[in-house]
Design a protein around this ligand. Structure first.
Ligand SMILES: [Zn+2]
Length: 141
């Protein structure tokens, strides 16, 4: 279900390009606010259900960062698996994939998604470590 919604041909480049532009803008604002500097690395948290195509995002990021303080920045992506609440087990369980929204332990179906939709800016590292910026964590879009 989710997979078919995510499947795009040309649309995905436009989608990821707008996300990449937003990342460059957000990071640029925070680096400026911290006194400037060149960015060494940017870490993102991307949920399995966020509909973000990582390869397309990396491609778009390389385009969007031209001529910005992020020009040489490394893009690190932390993939967040889907976590659902299982009422039968009484706890949160991590799904091995997104084919089936049911508890992997007991098989009880659940639509109560607790994680996996993230698209967050996790951290920013500057070349000058002394001036490291603590990213204000939050959603990119
Ligand atoms: Zn269960």
């Amino acid at each position: 279900m989710v997979k078919s919604v995510c499947r795009r041909v040309w649309g995905f480049i436009v989608h990821e390009l707008s996300i990449a532009s937003r990342i460059v803008e957000l990071v640029g604002e925070q680096v400026c606010a911290a006194g400037g500097g060149r960015v060494a690395a940017v870490t993102l948290k991307i949920g399995t259900l966020s509909c973000v195509h990582e390869d397309a995002l990396r491609f778009s990021f390389n385009l969007a960062r031209e001529g910005t303080p992020l020009a040489d920045a490394e893009l690190r992506v932390v993939t967040v698996p889907v976590v659902i609440w299982c009422a039968a087990c009484g706890r949160e369980v991590t799904l091995p994939g997104i084919q089936k929204f049911a508890c992997p332990e007991c098989g009880t179906p659940s639509g109560d998604i607790r994680a996996g939709r993230e698209l967050d800016l996790e951290s920013i590292e500057l070349d000058d470590e002394a001036a490291a910026v603590e990213a204000s964590k939050g959603r990119i879009t």
